[in-house]
Design a protein around this ligand. Structure first.
Ligand SMILES: Nc1ncnc2c1ncn2[C@@H]1O[C@H](COP(=O)(O)OP(=O)(O)OP(=O)(O)O)[C@@H](O)[C@H]1O
Ligand SMILES: [Mg+2]
Length: 263
């Protein structure tokens, strides 16, 4: 189902940035998601502006992936709204977002075909040339003809990001894009994220890697136990976080909501 949704969205092709309707700020208001009596997201409100790169942090199970899915319209919250420039998302707004999932979903085709699939509005030769230059930027030229699902974990992750970038999105949502990647692949991914941002995309990135967050974040959203613990400019967050949950996280202390802390 998610696969199908994801792939359906990828079919939008590239579009000229000129003439797109405004979609910022992105405002989440009172987002609440429940399942089996558990509050997975608890009254989360935040506003995301266009320029700054937003990094979402928090322990396992805090609700980071779920929040990204709500922002992307894949999960309808039980309460709350997400507005883009003051309006609920319509199909045009959804098409202008791309999300790279924690576990990438790639088509059962070659790496090059995965990229070509999302490149609309070009003839075949131009699509191949565009796909090859996108693969080169992702340092994947050597596996262009290999089946995407046989690539290594790091290569698959880079391909998923390259495919998202090929959509030329206004908002790029990335869920732990560098988990399990070696330093060289991490650097390649960070360069791709930089180039997306230079091209005008709003970056929303989930990471557990404090070093990466320091390198990339302009502002930090910190979730703990489904609640927004804080949303703070990055320099302030790393110097003196407002919330005890974030302070514990940054200090390497284990904080279990409702449980015993190990210090
Ligand atoms: N569709 C769903 N149905 C039911 N429960 C869900 C669903 N999606 C997520 N959850 C639950 O919501 C909680 C938050 O999950 P989420 O995947 O957002 O955590 P996360 O912060 O991304 O954690 P991690 O760092 O491990 O990726 C978890 O307890 C998870 O089991
Ligand atoms: Mg997650």
């Amino acid at each position: 189902m998610l696969d199908a949704l994801d792939q359906g969205r990828q079919g939008g092709g590239t579009r000229a940035r000129v003439g797109r309707p405004p979609m910022f700020p992105v405002e989440a208001q009172g987002i609440t998601v429940r399942s089996d009596g558990r509050l997975l997201l608890d009254d989360v409100s935040l506003a995301l502006t266009h320029g700054p790169r937003t990094v979402v942090m928090g322990p396992n199970g805090a609700g980071k992936s779920l929040l990204l899915r709500v922002l992307h319209g894949l999960v309808a919250p039980d309460a709350g709204t997400v507005n883009f420039a003051g309006r609920a998302a319509d199909a045009a707004v959804v098409r202008r977002q791309a999300m790279v999932f924690q576990k990438p979903t790639l088509l059962r085709r070659s790496a090059r075909a995965n990229i070509k699939y999302v490149l609309g509005g070009l003839d075949r030769a131009a699509r191949t040339a565009a796909a090859d230059s996108i693969l080169a930027a992702a340092r994947l030229s050597h596996v262009a003809d290999s089946p995407a699902r046989r690539l290594s974990g790091g290569e698959q992750q880079r391909l998923a990001i390259a495919r998202a970038l090929a959509l030329d999105p206004d908002i790029l949502l990335l869920d732990e894009p560098c988990a399990n990647l070696d330093p060289a692949s991490t650097l390649a991914v960070e360069e791709m994220i930089d180039s997306a941002r230079d091209g005008g995309a709003k970056i929303v990135l989930v990471t557990h890697d404090i070093g990466q967050a320091r390198r990339l974040a302009d502002d930090v959203v910190f979730l703990s136990g489904g609640r927004l613990a804080e949303h703070t400019p990055a320099d302030r967050f790393f110097a003196a976080p407002c919330s005890a949950a974030a302070a514990d996280f940054l200090a390497g202390r284990i904080h279990i909501p409702g449980g015993h802390d190990r210090r």
